[in-house]
Design a protein around this ligand. Structure first.
Ligand code: CA2
Length: 143
């Protein structure tokens, strides 16, 4: 089973800024830990990060041919991107929406998600442990 882990804008700064919100673990460390968990679960993981909405849309489209599930932390695009919403709606595999923080405990503009209506599972507020939880969710959901 192939799984695509997509991280959106500013998540390349993980561990480098705002550790009180997002923790002290870097994106590279998150991806390494996720790859180890995926190995243990028998999943093949591909990790990508971009600050560019269109590139994230391209990767979701490409995943239609190659990936059984997408784990997506769309960052701030969660709250703005009809384009990502549409791309995910056209994707037939499983979709896990992931947030390190719990957007519902934060500013009102974070309370709306354009990703959630296209997601099978939503994980939020579990810190970077949410990445491992998302992989376990994929393992549970896939036949
Ligand atoms: O909690 C999450 O994972 C978010 O998706 C993170 C986004 C935010 O816009 C969403 O509302 C919730 C922001 C990602 C910014 O990442 C940073 C990491 C370290 C330092 C600064 C930004």
């Amino acid at each position: 089973m192939n799984v695509l882990l997509l991280n959106g804008p500013n998540l390349n700064l993980l561990g480098l800024r705002e550790p009180h919100i997002y923790g002290a673990t870097t994106l590279a460390e998150v991806e390494t830990a996720a790859a180890e968990t995926a190995d243990q679960l028998g999943l093949t993981l591909t990790c990508r990060q971009s600050n560019h909405e269109g590139l994230l849309v391209d990767w979701v489209q490409e995943a239609r041919e190659t990936q059984d599930a997408i784990i997506l932390n769309a960052g701030a695009y969660t709250h703005t991107s009809v384009a990502l919403h549409d791309a995910l709606k056209a994707y037939e595999g499983k979709v896990i929406e992931l947030h390190i923080s719990n957007p519902h405990k934060r500013e009102a503009f974070r309370h709306v998600s354009y990703i959630a209506p296209a997601a099978d599972v939503v994980i939020a507020g579990f810190g970077v442990a949410g990445y491992g939880a998302a992989l376990r969710a994929v393992k549970t959901l896939l036949p």
